[in-house]
Design a binder for this molecule. Structure first.
Ligand SMILES: [Zn+2]
Length: 59
């Protein structure tokens, strides 16, 4: 299938999708492992995760 026959919308959508993924991977968050389970979290995610993780451990 020649590129000119390809629906333009799909090309644009695909290009945006790739751009978004590249931006995500280009800016790695400062991930730290959870002291309890060892999973990697950003600062905000860690704050949300730790109480939940501790609850799970506490049961
Ligand atoms: Zn955890």
């Amino acid at each position: 299938m020649p590129l000119s026959d390809y629906p333009e919308d799909e090309i644009v959508a695909e290009a945006f999708r790739i751009l978004r993924e590249r931006r995500r991977s280009a800016k790695p968050k400062n991930l730290k492992p959870c002291p309890k389970c060892g999973k990697l979290f950003g600062v905000r995610e860690m704050r949300i995760h730790i109480p939940r993780c501790e609850l799970k451990e506490g049961i």
